[in-house]
Structure formats: C-alpha cells, structure tokens
Design a binder for this molecule. Structure first.
Ligand code: G1P
Length: 297
C-alpha cells in the first residue's frame, strides 16, 4: 500500500551498465558492488530510497550481474546468518528487511532512457523516482526526500541539478531554467534541456545529477524518443518531449555534497571522505591519508 501523500512509493535504481570505467575490476564484479569505503556503491542508493520513504525498489540489472542480484535478494534468516555479529548487522538487516526489490533486466546497453523503460511493467502508470547509484550525495536530508518535498508543491517532472564547471559540462544533461513562483529557492522551472552539449551550446551551467521524479507517462515518451547523444536513447530527450507537450518540469538544486563515484578517482574521493567523516575511523583515516600524501611527495 502506498501511504505517501505524494503518491510515490517506488524508486527505480539503474544498475544495468557494463562498468567499463572500472575495468579490469568489472570483468568479474558489477561496479555497483565495489565498496566505497566499506559499503557497496549500491548500498548508498538503497539507503537513500529507504530513508526517503520509498520501500519498493525496482533494480535495473543486466545479464552477468547475478552477484549484485544476490546481494539485494538476501533477507531474514539467511541475511542474519551471513552478517553474524558484525557491527553493521542491525543497520544492514533493518535496511534490507524494509525494502522489497524487483529485478528487471536491460538486455542491451542502449542508453539511460532505454534502461529506465525496462521498469515500465514493474512501475505501472504512477509517478516514481529514479536513482543513478554512481551519483552519491552526502546530505543531512536525503536528496530524494528533499525532491519529494518540492514535488508536493510543484507536481511534474523533477531533476536534481548542481553547478558544473565548463570543462565538465559535456558529460551531463544540462537544463535551461527560469525562476518559479513561490519561496522555495532551490526549485527552478525548466525551459529546455539538452544531453551532453558542447560547452558553447550549453544553455546554463546546471548539470543534471542522477535523481529524478517522473510521471508514468515518461515510459510512453521514452518509446517515442529516437537515439540521441552517443547514439543512445537518452532520458533527457524523453523528458524534453514531455516538457514540450506541457508537463511542468522542474530542476532542484539539492543541499548536499555529491560524489561522482562512476569513475575511479571520484570513487576514491568518496571513500576517503566517508572514512574521514565516520567517528570510528576518522582519526586513523586522516593519519593514513596524510602519510600517503607525504610518501607521494
Ligand atoms: C547520465 C544522464 C545525464 C546526467 C548524468 C548524471 O549520463 O544521461 O543527463 O547528467 O547521468 O550523472 P551518464 O553519466 O550515464 O553518461
């Protein structure tokens, strides 16, 4: 049963990629299972969904990623036995037991829009949220919870955004915006968007970060979306179709620190930051990092 006021109970977590930026590790291990400090990348996405009140996860997986699928399937007795007396046991068990996870497959890597389309049957015709687990945001209030609160005041499509330096902008979906009525300074109305523009063509410096809220109509829009940037079916293009057809579309400048854990250096930065932030490890982490820095000269 969906008891949320905003009618959203499902989070689609997109994890069907091949992880080529993490080769050779990803020859055998899905990128989403690589630990960031001591928890798999996917764990942070599951945690964000649960802590935002979304207990039904649709995980987009792909052939060959059974290790990841096994991870999200462990429950109850089996999970308790595997965790044993480990200090993380209560937290991990509490999280996993609170979530239902439906797994669907993206059988061919045809783009993010195509990946999200694979969730159509599992989601049905209702609004839902999307998390790209590469984008980890450390925030007091989970980003999705922040966005769901804004969605209640501004129904429509929502995308998370942050300011991106010019040299990196061509890796993002980029939005053009104008102010909205009302007093939420983090919400903008989107007046256009483009996937992976050249710097000269970028409509602003607001890059889309991997958090979205969509109406069920997005699936039909994806079916009508031709291949775009990188010759892939892009979710940005599907959103732009709905926006032009009249769906109110908003960009949300979230509060939090975002880590691009989809590449090895961003992954390292996230791991170091998390180890430094945890009371039980911060002192040792700082000493180790300082030592590593001085050794490197
Ligand atoms: C995807 C989206 C892009 C977004 C980015 C955020 O791109 O297509 O619009 O800005 O995620 O991480 P990808 O990183 O998969 O190329």
């Amino acid at each position: 049963m969906n008891e949320r006021q905003d009618g959203i109970s499902k989070a689609v977590i997109v994890a069907g990629g091949r992880g080529t930026r993490f080769l050779p590790a990803t020859l055998a291990i899905p990128k989403e299972i690589l630990p960031i400090f001591d928890r798999p990348m996917l764990f942070y996405a599951l945690e964000e969904a649960a802590n935002s009140g979304l207990k039904e996860v649709v995980l987009i997986s792909a052939p060959g990623k059974s290790v990841m699928e096994n991870y999200v399937t462990l429950r109850g007795e089996a999970l308790a036995k595997a965790l044993g007396e480990h200090p993380s046991a209560p937290e991990v068990q509490g999280l996993m037991d609170s979530l239902s996870v439906t797994i669907v497959h993206q059988n061919e890597p045809l783009g993010l829009g195509h990946a999200i389309l694979q969730a159509a049957d599992a989601v049905g015709d209702e609004p839902f949220a999307v998390i790209l687990p590469d984008d980890i945001v450390d925030a007091e209030t989970p980003v999705l919870a922040q966005m769901l609160a804004a969605y209640r005041d501004y129904p429509g499509i929502h995308v998370g955004v942050e300011r991106v330096p010019g040299e990196a902008i061509s890796a993002y979906g980029v939005v053009d915006v104008e102010p909205v009525d009302g007093d939420n300074e983090r919400v903008y109305r989107v007046t256009g968007m483009v996937e992976k523009p050249e710097l000269a063509d970028a409509p602003s410096d607001l890059g889309i970060v991997g958090r979205y809220i969509f109406p069920g109509a997005i699936f039909d829009a994806i079916r009508r979306t031709p291949p775009g940037a990188k010759n892939e079916i892009q979710i940005t293009d599907a959103m732009e179709i709905l926006r032009r057809e009249g769906t109110p579309t908003f960009a949300f400048a979230f509060d939090g620190v975002r880590y691009d854990a989809g590449n090895p250096l961003g992954h390292l930065r996230a791991a170091a930051s998390f180890a430094l932030a945890r009371p039980d490890t911060s002192e040792q982490a700082r000493a180790m990092l300082e030592e590593a820095l001085s050794q490197a000269g």
